[in-house]
Design a protein around this ligand. Structure first.
Ligand SMILES: Nc1ncnc2c1ncn2[C@@H]1O[C@H](COP(=O)(O)OP(=O)(O)OP(=O)(O)O)[C@@H](O)[C@H]1O
Ligand SMILES: [Mg+2]
Length: 310
């Protein structure tokens, strides 16, 4: 089983407004509500890939919508119920001017007791899981090294942890030595403080991280594909050429594909193919949709990987 952890879930509210004006009253022509938060998105992708998956994290009194969506999709969950509401992220889409405005809340405060309940729950699920995915931002009043604490606790149980975060959550999280990290190139640059312009520099940096005790470093680079570094090889993964309809959620699908591969004990090349084709399936579709298994099966044959022996 794969367990995903969403510390900071979100209700994504997309408002379609024609000719959006700042400082004026705007009329909404259509509203689309979506269950968001990175771990929730990873779980939706895993479900579509046919993987046994469960969602953990925090959920507030206003989070019933997300739980209903997960139930309808047949995705298991066991959130720690917190006192405060979870965040709502507003996306304003102007279909006439083609502008996209995101207004994202930071997320609620949580109590020490609520945090401890989540740590306990993740720890219990670690015994039942092949892979744990820790993804997305932490809540403002949580310790910045929360992911490190979790990784250190669960890794001794033999479960493989994938960390997909940014800023301090990533920087401190890697100190816990997760099994795999999946920064995009910008997150890797922020984490290392280096420019990392060329493929060689990225591979070299990946090797340095591997030497610190992490087994897989997958660096996604949007339309330029990805680079994966392991203990003995590096893989340059070409992007699959498709018509791009929207890149939101590509990274979450990439993580899901890899998590699937690790949980099924696929070879690293097969896992890369799953990750690359799941993310490509998402960008072929409009909005924040999860990947489709049919797409993934077709796209897998098109993934081109250059293997570099280290
Ligand atoms: N424009 C594109 N063309 C082809 N493939 C793409 C494109 N954008 C993303 N991908 C695919 O999706 C993968 C992950 O994308 P990206 O690097 O944008 O992730 P991310 O920045 O973590 O995204 P997210 O916003 O979901 O966190 C890429 O490695 C690639 O396989
Ligand atoms: Mg990402």
């Amino acid at each position: 089983m794969v367990t995903t952890v969403t510390v900071n879930p979100a209700i994504d509210r997309t408002l379609i407004v024609n000719e959006f004006k700042i400082g004026a009253v705007n009329r909404v022509s259509r509203t689309i509500i979506d269950a968001g938060g990175k771990g929730v998105n990873v779980a939706k992708n895993l479900k579509n890939l046919g993987c046994d998956v469960k969602c953990l994290g925090f959920m507030g009194p206003n989070g019933k919508y997300i739980e209903n969506v997960l139930s309808e999709l047949g995705i298991k969950f066991n959130f720690v119920q917190i006192k405060n509401d979870i965040r709502t992220n507003i996306k304003i889409v102007d279909e006439i001017r083609h502008t996209y405005t995101d207004i994202n809340e930071a997320g609620p405060d949580v109590s020490q007791d609520e945090i401890e309940k989540l740590i306990l729950s993740i720890n219990e699920h670690a015994d039942l899981s092949d892979v744990i995915v820790l993804s997305g931002s932490l809540l403002p009043n949580m310790d910045k090294d929360f992911y490190r604490q979790i990784i250190e606790k669960v890794s001794e149980k033999g479960v493989k942890v994938i960390l997909d975060a940014d800023g301090d959550a990533l920087k401190l999280g890697v100190e816990g030595k997760p099994y795999m990290i999946k920064p995009n190139i910008h997150e890797l640059r922020r984490m290392t403080g280096k420019n990392l312009e060329s493929v060689d520099e990225i591979i070299e940096e990946g090797m340095r991280i591997i030497e610190s005790g992490i087994s897989i470093v997958a660096v996604s680079m949007g339309g330029s594909g990805s680079i994966v570094v392991t203990e003995d090889k590096a893989y340059k993964v070409k992007p699959i050429k498709v018509q791009v309809k929207g890149t939101v959620g590509a990274g979450d699908a990439y993580v899901a594909g890899f998590a699937y591969g690790l949980s099924e004990n696929l070879s690293i090349e097969e896992a890369i193919k799953m990750a690359s084709s799941a993310s490509t399936s998402v960008i072929m579709r409009e909005g924040t949709k999860a990947c489709s298994l049919k797409d993934v099966e077709e796209l897998k044959e098109k993934v081109e990987i250059e293997v570099i022996e280290r």
